[in-house]
Design a protein around this ligand. Structure first.
Ligand code: NDP
Ligand code: 8X3
Length: 258
């Protein structure tokens, strides 16, 4: 039986690239996101390319009831989940603290922090059971950000939400130790995905500027690193990993040639 990975935010960017990578490596994949058509397209693509089993699950991570209902009613053959990748997330706006929108703040906290908590809490019984049944430690990968390592101007609540992901990863690692769950936080720097289009609410000119003058990370770079973190011996866990393009040192320093 193939192992199962559960990936949130698989309709685009890192999540989609991770779904492709894990499917190519022989995992069965549960893909989630709000855009159901994209999930269905990806399901078809992965089944065709890799002959793997794929379960699309459409829900909004902000909606507690919907998260728990979707996970609690997983079909029997999909319950043996070994790896959870908490990837769904977004930045909404990039504004000075005093000028930022309260709705944007709510969306980021509800998605990046509360959504991650709901999905993890709902899935934990399955991860614990998987370890009991197979003896292979389960693993949680939380996608943080360099924004969760250094706060930058106009990053306020997005940065805070990623600081929370960093803190929660540490907390999970401690509290879930007795269940032998590996907890890995991956903190990417700037990567060219739909992230900036979403942040700037469809303004492609502003979004494109983020990636001008240097080679940003690609979604597949993050997927390769996430995969590597899952290939280590049973007794080895990468706890915390920061990954940037060569042009970036941290949240502040980015070397642009134009
Ligand atoms: P994308 O915008 O390309 O993908 C974001 C994914 O999250 C989509 O699949 C989207 O699915 C899903 N998502 C967003 N909100 C919700 C929600 N409420 N419920 C369910 N799913 C949701 O961005 P990235 O791939 O770049 O981002 C993935 C993660 O990586 C995020 O947590 C982001 O903060 C983080 N990150 C991104 C970096 C970057 O520079 N790109 C760098 C560091 C971290 P749908 O809209 O279909 O629901
Ligand atoms: C996304 C990277 O630098 O835009 O988390 O915050 S950044």
């Amino acid at each position: 039986m193939s192992p199962i990975v559960f990936i949130t935010g698989a309709t685009s960017g890192f999540g989609k690239a991770m779904a492709c990578k894990f499917a190519a490596e022989g995992f069965d994949v549960i893909i989630t996101g709000r855009r159901n058509e994209r999930l269905e397209e990806l399901q078809e693509e992965l089944c065709k390319k890799f002959n793997t089993a794929v379960l699309p699950l459409s829900f909004d991570v902000q909606d507690k009831q919907s998260v728990f209902q979707s996970i609690e009613t997983l079909p029997e053959k999909w319950r043996n989940v070994r790896i959870l990748i908490n990837n769904a997330g977004l930045a909404a706006g990039r504004d000075f603290f005093d000028e930022a929108s309260l709705d944007d703040w709510d969306t980021m906290i509800d998605t990046n922090v509360k959504g991650l908590l709901y999905v993890t809490k709902a899935l934990l019984p399955l991860l614990i059971e998987q370890f009991k049944a197979t003896g292979t430690p389960s693993q949680i990968i939380n996608i943080g950000s360099t924004a969760g390592k250094e706060v930058y101007e106009k990053g306020n609540v997005y940065c805070a939400s990623k600081y929370a992901v960093n803190a929660l990863s540490q907390a999970m690692r401690i509290d879930l130790l007795r269940h032998q769950i590996k907890v890995t936080a991956i903190h990417p720097g700037a990567a060219e995905t739909e992230f900036s289009i979403v942040r700037f609410k469809g303004d492609a000119t502003q979004a494109d500027k983020v990636y001008e003058g240097y080679q940003a990370l690609k979604a597949t770079d993050v997927a390769d690193v996430a995969w590597y973190c899952c290939t280590l011996p049973l007794h080895v866990c990468i706890n915390d990993l920061v990954l940037t393009s060569t042009a970036q040192a941290n949240s502040y320093y980015l070397h642009k040639t134009t």
